[in-house]
Ligand binder design. Structure first.
Ligand SMILES: O=c1ccn([C@@H]2O[C@H](COP(=O)(O)OP(=O)(O)O[C@H]3OC[C@@H](O)[C@H](O)[C@H]3O)[C@@H](O)[C@H]2O)c(=O)[nH]1
Length: 393
């Protein structure tokens, strides 16, 4: 099963060119097809601009030139629910599932997600978009549920900690209840944050974690921990078919403009020639994976027989200072100049000091490992934010 899914996930990463010369309908997830979905500036679409009234009018159909999706036979074609499907990771997952030929229901409350991330699918017969908050129950007939809905940036999840906890508990409870009722396979997007400020390095799935349950990050960390507990309780008690992905730091196009996480903050600051805000002494570490690798991992895990939690993350580890220097360098390459410097600010409370996954389980059980290195992923993300900046009034 995993092998056949792997074949359909095939990318062409070898040459990072704009247009893959081998693009065919048989390979519905070629990199060039994906790129068109997030690197096409709106200004490239047919439109008229009224500068006096600051309005842009897109010509009919301009936002919906549907990319070609694979035609699956009814046995292979799954009805898939993606909660948080209009968010950063969710929208890339929706793209891939759509291009693979599945029928996708994208559910989002648009707190951090955005319709613009999935606008290119609106109206497609295989696609439905529902505005809904997972803290309330919903009934839809599906075969698979990817449960991603939850703000993931520390800035966002700490802005309303009670709501974050409600999303962690009730959101997951509702989606597991739905899985039980319609007999859908359930995948939880969990997080490396369940390890807290880890005392084990790198972190294996067997590590129980080191979370301050009364600290400012606890609403997310404990929310995701209880979400995992709920998933395995539904599995033990009601035989719900669960998968748990522990997602490490991930970046890429479609990160929110005001996301607040380090990658988008640094890229935007460097593109605007502002100083890069390093919290603390710059010596804490993270391992950053590119979003396409994560999406590969999620789809492979969903279609595997691996019921244990699986770390999905890369092992390239950087200090935040090193990472900041790398962003400045890449922005220089992309724009020809960047005068930004690093400024050190007070450290954040309970900020994990080191983080890197042991991803041997993902390699063994899913035959998954990251294909992108940080530099290539960052270069593409810089390009995305550059386009976004140029389009802002
Ligand atoms: O402007 C900034 C932002 C962040 N940072 C630092 O960069 C590091 C990474 O911070 P981020 O906010 O990007 O992300 P964090 O690692 O804290 O949390 C993330 O971890 C894994 C995901 O699953 C979670 O969704 C997300 O919470 C931290 O040490 C933070 O203090 C800066 O130095 N400057």
């Amino acid at each position: 099963m995993v092998d056949s899914v792997r074949a359909s996930l095939k990318h062409r990463y070898s040459s990072f060119t704009e247009q893959s010369p081998h693009e065919t309908l048989e390979d519905p997830v070629s990199l060039s097809t994906l790129r068109k979905l997030y690197l096409t500036p709106h200004s490239a679409l047919p439109h008229t601009t009224d500068r006096e009234n600051i309005t842009i009018t897109y010509q009919p159909g301009a936002l919906s030139p549907y990319p070609p999706v694979k035609l699956l036979n009814p046995i292979e074609k799954k009805r898939v629910l993606v909660t948080g499907g209009a968010g950063f990771v969710g929208s890339h997952l929706v793209d891939r599932l759509m291009l693979m030929g599945h029928s996708v229901i994208c559910l989002d409350n648009f707190f951090t997600g955005s319709k613009a991330n999935v606008a290119h699918w609106i109206g497609h017969p295989n696609f439905e978009l529902i505005r809904h908050d997972v803290v309330d129950p919903i009934l839809v007939e599906v075969d698979q549920i990817y449960h991603l809905a939850c703000p993931a940036s520390p800035v966002h999840y700490q802005s309303n900690p009670v709501k974050t906890l409600k999303t962690g508990f009730f959101g997951t409870y509702n989606m597991l209840g739905l899985s039980k009722r319609v007999k859908a396979r359930f995948l939880l997007a969990s997080t490396s944050e369940i390890y807290g400020d880890p005392e084990e390095h790198p972190q294996k799935e067997s590590y129980w974690g080191h979370v301050n349950c009364v600290g400012p990050r606890a609403c997310y960390d404990e929310g995701k921990r209880v979400a995992e507990t709920l998933a395995y309780s539904y599995h033990r008690q009601d035989n719900v078919d669960v998968r748990v992905a522990r997602i490490f730091n991930t970046f890429g196009p479609r990160m929110n403009w005001n996301d607040g996480r380090v990658v988008s903050n640094f890229i935007l600051q460097a593109l605007k020639d502002e100083d890069l805000t390093v919290y603390g002494n710059g010596k804490s570490t993270r391992s950053f994976q590119y979003v396409h690798d994560l999406v590969d991992g999620l789809i492979l895990l969903m279609n595997s027989d691996c019921k244990e939690p699986v770390n999905i993350g890369t092992q390239e580890e950087f200090t935040i200072d090193q990472f900041a220097e790398m962003v400045i360098e890449l922005v220089k390459r992309a724009t020809g100049k960047c005068e930004s410097k690093l400024i050190h600010m007070p450290a954040l409370e309970d900020d994990p000091q080191r983080r890197k996954p042991d991803n041997s389980r993902a390699k063994e059980r899913l035959n998954w490992e990251p294909k992108w290195n940080v530099v290539d992923g960052l270069a593409e993300t810089v390009k995305y934010f550059k386009i976004q900046l140029e389009e802002r009034p």
